[in-house]
Design a protein around this ligand. Structure first.
Ligand SMILES: NC(=O)C1=CN([C@@H]2O[C@H](COP(=O)(O)OP(=O)(O)OC[C@H]3O[C@@H](n4cnc5c(N)ncnc54)[C@H](O)[C@@H]3O)[C@@H](O)[C@H]2O)[C@H](O)CC1
Ligand SMILES: [K+]
Length: 512
């Protein structure tokens, strides 16, 4: 996962330090693009317009056009800028294209509105207008061309990233960009392909290798990575036959209130489902009867309640440390008391602590306590909770999810799980791991409570905290995908469905 600048540095390193010629990389890019799309194009019926800009994205377009024409596809090349504006590697490939005996249409030979008419002759458009070199606001005639392509009935394949989208996805205000059905991106996914709303313009995304040596990527040391199924199957804890319930962790969940009894049930069930050995639920005595009838595997620690919510934990930190390997606090806690027991835990419980939901509401007043806390602390806010914690607007967070979560995690020395499509797990050192599972069925109450229970279960069974969190996040999203792929309508998935299909999801992974 790279920014535009990091991609440029990777390119430069491959070309200048390793000595791969840019023209070669461009040839590889064009050929890889064609290999990826031929299965989607019917050679007999497809009529393809390749729209070519002035930079190297356009250069790719010349390689793509030459390759498709050599394969017998019906292709028209539309060169948008005047010929003399095409430079460098793009110029090299334009010359190769022309000397291979193929022609081009210069956009400037037709009036602007004529182009709209022309588009009706094509079934497909290949967008090689702008790539990672795009910045600022779209200049003419690209703006008009993009509007017309989006209005046409053509199916659009876009080269590297949709024209009008920046690689970093920061300026999401005035989004005028190519709406692609497929994006074939080179070597590394760009940040904007995992940020909404830019992501919506990519359509189906495939990443193709264009022969850039891994050393070039490592040298630029981008600290953002996808957390893939391969990472999960490689790192998920495997049960040892000799294990016993004590070896899979004893967790405490502090959650629930008289008016919110479902959240602690979801969190506790999810924690059991993902293999925790022993789970105790600390909940106000006023909520206990309603919850206890639903949870047979859990034990309880009853807390004095005020306003139907936990008023005090009524247990000392050193007893907590002796009894529990980790604590998760927050689901359904309520916000009507002072939450001082959370501050006491931050200061005095020297083992891993997960703070979620209403726990984050109180945390806002105890943030300085995080600056001195040395032990593992995991925060799992959604966009709204993170906006509240940081006093930023949700829009601001959405535009700068990577940067803002990195700054927060590094400042407070916490693992930050910024939930949403493409949940980002950030470590205290600022490494970021992006989740790629899940769907809109997760956007409803209770799903966050389930994730909290899953994170608690795995951090007690895996040494590496980031891997445990990323695995929990992956499985959580994969449960939602499992449901929608097996007949559940995404509207009707409820949080407890996620918990119920975890065995199948684990089974699918371990047998994949
Ligand atoms: N390793 C790789 O990823 C490779 C990538 N390749 C392709 O190269 C482009 C990046 O090429 P670059 O020349 O840097 O820029 P672009 O082609 O994206 O665009 C520059 C071009 O666009 C004009 N421009 C910039 N901003 C605007 C604007 N707001 N409005 C209008 N026009 C604008 C600018 O003037 C330039 O003329 C990358 O995406 C890949 O597709 C290599 O081909 C192979 C290796
Ligand atoms: K493009």
């Amino acid at each position: 996962m790279v920014t535009g600048e990091e991609m440029r540095q990777i390119d430069r390193y491959a070309i200048e330090e390793i000595g791969l010629k840019e023209e070669l990389l461009m040839e590889n890019a064009g050929q890889a693009f064609v290999n990826e799309i031929t299965s989607l194009l019917d050679k007999k019926t497809a009529k393809i317009a390749v729209l070519i800009g002035a930079g190297n994205n356009g250069g790719d377009g010349f390689v793509i056009s030459r390759s498709l024409l050599e394969k017998g596809y019906h292709v028209d090349v539309w060169l948008i800028p005047p010929l003399e504006k095409v430079k460098g590697a793009a110029r090299y490939h334009m010359d190769v294209y022309l000397k291979s005996g193929f022609g081009l249409i210069s956009y400037h030979t037709i009036a602007n509105e004529g182009f709209m008419q022309q588009l009706t002759n094509y079934s497909h458009v290949i967008d090689a207008l702008l790539g990672t070199g795009f910045k600022g606001t779209l200049r003419s005639p690209y703006k008009e061309i993009i509007e017309q392509v989006n209005k046409s009935n053509c199916s659009v394949f876009t080269v590297d990233l949709p024209s009008g989208i920046t690689a970093d996805g920061t300026d999401v205000e005035t989004l005028m960009a190519i709406k692609a059905s497929h994006t074939i991106s080179f070597q590394c996914p760009k940040l904007s392909s995992f940020i909404y709303p830019p992501r919506e313009f990519y359509g189906n995304l495939s990443i193709v290798d264009i022969g850039i040596p891994k050393l070039a990527v490592i040298k630029v040391s981008s600290k953002r990575h996808l957390w893939t199924e391969e990472d999960v199957t490689r790192t998920l804890p495997v049960r040892r036959p000799s294990s016993h319930k004590g070896s899979h962790g004893k967790g405490l969940i502090i959650a629930g209130s008289k008016s919110m009894t479902g959240a602690p049930i979801l969190t506790t069930r999810a924690c059991h489902r993902l293999g925790a050995g022993l789970v105790t639920l600390a909940t106000p005595c006023s909520a206990h009867p309603a919850i206890a009838s639903q949870l047979i595997e859990a034990t309880f620690h009853l807390c004095p309640s005020k306003n139907g919510e936990i008023d005090d934990l009524n247990i000392s930190n050193d007893v907590l440390e002796k009894r529990y390997d980790a604590i998760a606090i927050g689901p359904g806690l309520g916000r009507n008391n002072n939450g001082f027991f959370i501050e006491a835990l931050i200061k005095g419980y020297h083992k891993p602590l997960i703070i979620d939901a209403d726990g984050l509401y109180y945390l806002k007043y105890f943030l300085p306590g995080l600056l001195v806390r040395k032990q593992v602390t995991i925060l799992t806010p959604h966009l709204g909770e993170f906006a509240y914690l940081t006093n930023e607007s949700i829009k601001m967070i959405e535009k700068n999810r990577f940067q803002l979560s990195k700054e927060f995690a590094e400042k407070y020395g916490v693992y930050l799980v910024l939930k949403g499509p493409y949940t980002i797990v950030t470590t205290p050192e600022g490494h970021q791991f992006i989740n790629t599972t899940g769907n809109s069925s997760l956007a409803k109450g209770g799903t966050g409570d389930v994730l909290t229970g899953m994170v608690l279960a795995l951090i007690m069974q895996q040494k590496d905290v980031q891997m445990a969190i990323s695995n929990a996040t992956f499985l959580h999203g994969r449960a939602a995908d499992y449901l929608t792929e097996n007949g559940w309508n995404s509207l009707s998935v409820v949080a407890s469905d996620l918990v119920n299909v975890l065995p199948q999801v684990l089974d699918q992974l371990q047998n994949s």
